[in-house]
Design a protein around this ligand. Structure first.
Ligand code: URA
Ligand code: CA
Length: 439
């Protein structure tokens, strides 16, 4: 069948065979199938969905679109983690060193930020000298020597996903359950880990807006991982308000260091310890999630997690002399915004704040856009906190030439202060490919 017939079959609600899906993916990756046909097919999938068999076939075809990373020369159970993307989500920079400090080898390949969601590679690049473009040999050697490496995903890992993701981003087809599940899991399978901890974001600041959809995505990804022989521990977590207190690249590194020093924001700290605990458990160093979490807490308390972060950044060439002495983010163009009235922080709108940081130059609308790693904002109050009029509410870190007055007004408009002390949930549900699902 040709591509047009496969588009029509999906458009009319049919299910494609594994061979048909493989032909589409191979044809697209090789440049034989043009963007417009693939875009039409993605839109048909967006409206018609896919059967679990189709999603599994798509995942396998994408994982096979390039060479798979071979981590077998690293001893131990290699654990990866992945978030479906959100605002103020600095989890990788915190959990990877905690898990590594527990003796779980962490070989982390990450993406760059796109749209309003951040990317670990950009955050690491904010550390002067820190290289993220490691050759595969360097990457493996660093994991063997230091137990941890965090590098940018090379272009040849899952080339089909790289192409498809950029196409989806430009054609309104990102928010499709089978397309997200196959995109994430094909990369996890290709990157060679033995186990993966998934953080499925749910809410206003995430691709999945409602819980039912996020839980369905969690189940689908857990099943895809299990079918590929991976141990998967997955969570559905809240993204209705920012996870951390920092939005921006260098400020998120500052917040990661704060959490690793035991003085980070409540929400980010709580989720980071849960996820790090799951990584420790999946890596076989703890017998249960609860034990993994207690180990994660202890590694933060005794400074070993922060030491591992420092070791990792230094091994990648980063200047770590500032850690423990001053923030990474320059304060030359900082603007403190105070609370205009007393009350509780009733709401913090994540997308508005993330877009503000993008407007300041801290995000990219297209893959090739340059970004300013030093701009961002830091909230000094979290959702649900009590605040007095005149108290510091947030700081904007700008740069020469930005309209700081207008930006301060916009930031303030994204935060509601009022009489209600709202409750902000954090973890909705979890699944373990070995143990089932819990609320
Ligand atoms: N993250 C991914 O890697 N792929 C998606 O499709 C969405 C989020
Ligand atoms: Ca888009």
């Amino acid at each position: 069948m040709n591509a047009e017939q496969l588009i029509e079959k999906k458009r009319d609600g049919g299910a494609l065979t594994a061979e048909e899906i493989r032909a589409l993916i191979e044809g697209y990756t090789a440049g034989r199938i043009p963007d417009y046909q693939m875009a039409a097919w993605c839109m048909a999938v967006y409206f018609r969905g896919m059967t679990p068999e189709e999603t599994a076939a798509l995942t396998r075809a994408m994982a096979d679109s390039g060479p798979r990373a071979d981590l077998s020369s690293i001893p131990g159970v290699k654990v990866d983690k992945h978030s479906t993307g959100g605002v103020g989500d600095t989890i990788t920079l915190i959990t990877a060193p905690i898990a590594a400090a527990a003796g779980v080898p962490v070989a982390k390949l990450s993406g760059r930020s796109l749209g309003f969601t951040g990317g670990t590679v950009d955050k690491l690049s904010a550390i002067p000298g820190c290289r993220t473009a490691l050759s595969f040999e360097e990457f493996i050697r660093q994991v063997r020597e230091h137990g941890i490496a965090m590098a940018g995903q090379s272009a040849d890992l899952c080339p089909a996903d790289a192409l498809l993701y950029a196409l989806r981003d430009a054609t309104g087809t990102v928010e499709s359950l089978p397309l997200i599940a196959s995109s994430v899991m094909s990369k996890k399978i290709a990157s060679g880990a033995d186990a993966v901890v998934l953080d499925v974001k749910c809410g206003r600041g995430a691709f999945m807006k409602d819980r039912r959809a996020a839980e369905a995505l969690m189940r689908e990804m857990t099943a895809l991982g299990r079918a590929a022989g991976l141990r998967v521990i997955a969570f559905v977590t809240d993204m209705n308000v920012p996870l951390g207190t920092a939005i921006g690249n260098s400020v998120e590194v500052d917040e990661a260091v704060d959490v690793l020093s035991g003085r980070g924001g409540r929400r980010l700290t709580a989720l980071a310890l849960t996820i790090a605990g799951a990584m420790i458990c999946a890596g076989g160093k703890a017998g249960s999630l609860a034990e993994g979490r207690r180990m994660a807490e202890a590694l933060v308390r005794d400074g070993r997690a922060l030491a591992k972060f420092r070791e990792c950044a230094a091994a990648q060439g980063g200047d770590v002399s500032w850690i423990g002495r001053r923030p990474l983010t320059p304060e030359t163009h900082a603007r403190l915004v105070r609370a205009p009235r007393s009350g509780y922080v009733e709401d913090v709108r994540p997308v508005e704040l993330a877009r503000l940081v993008m407007d300041m130059g801290g995000g990219r609308a297209r893959k090739e856009d340059p970004i300013d790693l030093t701009v961002g904002l830091r909230l000094w109050k979290e959702p649900g906190d009590k605040v007095e009029a005149g108290e510091p509410l947030l700081t904007l870190y700008g740069r020469e030439g930005l309209p700081m007055d207008r930006l301060a007004d916009e930031a303030l408009a994204a935060v509601s202060i009022g009489p209600e002390q709202n409750v902000f949930p954090l973890v909705y549900r979890m699944a373990d490919s070995e143990a089932g699902e819990t609320e």
